[in-house]
Design a protein around this ligand. Structure first.
Ligand SMILES: [Zn+2]
Length: 111
C-alpha cells in the first residue's frame, strides 16, 4: 500500500491531488477501512472548522508580501497598513517563507 498521508487525504477531499495520486488514494481507501476512518476524521475536522490562523492561512492562501515590501518593513518604511499586514504575516501567521526571506534581507543589510 502506498503511504497515504493526512495531507494527501485533505488534498483528496479538496480535489487538489494530481490524478495519479488521486487514483492511488482512492485505491487505498477501497482496500483499507482504517484509512476510510481516517478520511472521515479529516472531513469532520474540516466541517468543525479549523480556525487556527495557520489553517485559515492555508485555506485562504493569504498572499505573501513582496520582497521589496519586506525590505520596507525592515526599515520601518512605507504604508502603516502594509507594515501592520507584514507584521501580522511574519509574527502571527509565522509564514516560514517570508521569515526566511526576511532573514536573508537582514543579512544583506548587515553587509
Ligand atoms: Zn509569507
Amino acid at each position: 500500500m502506498p503511504n497515504i498521508t493526512r495531507q494527501m487525504l485533505r488534498d483528496y477531499l479538496h480535489d487538489a491531488l494530481p490524478e495519479a495520486e488521486m487514483a492511488a488514494v482512492e485505491k487505498a481507501l477501497r482496500g483499507s477501512p482504517d484509512l476510510r476512518k481516517l478520511l472521515d476524521g479529516e472531513r469532520d475536522e474540516e466541517d468543525r472548522g479549523d480556525h487556527t490562523v495557520g489553517a485559515i492561512w492555508r485555506r485562504e492562501r493569504v498572499s505573501c508580501p513582496a520582497r521589496d515590501q519586506l525590505g520596507g518593513y525592515l526599515l520601518g518604511a512605507g504604508d502603516p497598513d502594509l507594515l501592520d499586514y507584514v507584521e501580522f504575516h511574519i509574527n502571527v501567521i509565522g509564514c516560514p517563507y517570508c521569515q526566511a526571506n526576511l532573514d536573508d534581507l537582514r543579512k544583506l543589510q548587515g553587509e
